[in-house]
Design a protein around this ligand. Structure first.
Ligand code: PBG
Length: 328
């Protein structure tokens, strides 16, 4: 007797596969990370992230127009700060005419509908490469959240639609939400990096911004006292729920591929949009393997991107956004 059900019937050709496909990607799914630098006419490729650039604001303008034309509608901005402007407290981050603030204005000027999110953290501004202020051999939590709140207000004043705190200090979402409300920015959103793990996959990003932690008395060169231990699962849910209680509009899991279990678990647990960040090291691995001819770039990329959505992500921050949308 033949079996009554043959699952292969629904896989027998591309048309039927299309008809029954459960997960689809569209340009609406992506958040495009972009790196900006001071200067003019600059578009330098990041060595460990082929196809990704540090751009001066004139080139940022061009990039934004191109992204919008392709149907991409949201960017996440990171600023590379010159060494002479770095200190322990991230003073430059509060400069109303700083690079990040001008970058936000540049985007809004050339494409008002492009959704602008800004990275809120001290590391690109810190002489120590840490996301917090260093005090007595510690990363000072509450002093740091005060600066992050001021930084968020400054980004909102420049025109940011969302601020995206990526630091993992305790209580920062509440400090930021209160500061934004106090200053009248009731419609400025917060996308919280709520379950951000202490990951070695951030390596290429730290090259891009020259923001790797440096040796400083008694403080380890890693970020394990604030970013999460990658062995932990329940903690991710607690962190995420606290951020929502403190006023986060969107929550995020980061990195992506190693943490799909966390994405699914959080998706099942919360009712706000869930973002995932496919980070620099994940991007670099695919690029490197493809360069060697060991993996097929486009099909591996798509398999990973679909996996994020299947796991439950509503938003994917990815350096592959342009590559992917070209194939859709
Ligand atoms: C800064 C920040 C990092 C990333 C995003 N924001 C680096 C870090 O925490 O050390 C990593 C992004 C990537 O690797 O693509 N707080």
């Amino acid at each position: 007797m033949y079996p009554l059900i043959r699952n292969r019937r629904l896989r027998s050709n591309e048309s039927v596969r299309r008809l029954v496909r459960e997960t689809m990607l569209s340009p609406n799914d992506f958040l495009v990370p972009l790196f900006v630098v001071e200067g003019k006419g600059i578009k330098e490729e990041i060595a460990s992230m082929p196809g990704q650039y540090r751009m001066s604001l004139d080139n940022l303008e061009k990039e934004i127009k191109e992204l919008w034309k392709m149907g991409l509608c949201a960017v996440l901005l990171f600023a590379k700060v010159p060494d002479n402007l770095k200190d322990n407290k991230g003073t430059e981050a509060l400069n109303a005419d700083g690079l990040m603030q001008r970058a936000v204005k540049t985007v809004k000027n050339v494409c008002p509908e492009m959704l602008v999110m800004t990275d809120v953290a001290l590391d690109p501004f810190s002489v120590y490469g840490h996301d917090g202020i260093v005090e007595n051999g510690q990363i000072a939590n509450d002093e740091t959240t005060e600066v992050l709140a001021e930084m968020s207000v400054s980004h909102a004043q420049a025109g940011a639609d969302f601020v995206a705190p990526s630091d993992m200090m305790d209580g920062r979402i509440l400090s930021i939400r209160e500061a934004l409300e106090d200053e009248g920015f009731i419609n400025t959103g917060i996308m919280s990096y709520s379950a951000k793990y202490a990951s070695a996959y951030y390596g290429p990003f730290r090259d891009a911004l020259d923001s790797a932690p440096v040796d400083v008395a008694n403080i380890p060169k890693d970020k394990k006292t604030y970013q999460m231990d990658y062995a932990n699962r329940f903690e991710a849910i607690r962190e995420t729920q606290m951020d929502i209680d403190e006023g986060a509009d969107i929550v995020m899991v980061k990195p992506g591929l190693c943490y799909l279990d966390i994405v699914r678990e959080i998706k099942n647990e919360v009712d706000v949009p869930v973002a995932v960040y496919q980070v620099s090291g994940e991007y670099a691995m695919v690029k490197a393997a493809a360069e060697k001819g060991w993996l097929d770039h486009d099909t591996v990329m798509m398999e990973q991107l679909i996996a994020f959505k299947r796991a439950g992500a509503n938003i994917i921050a990815s350096y592959f956004a342009k590559d992917a949308v070209k194939l859709l």
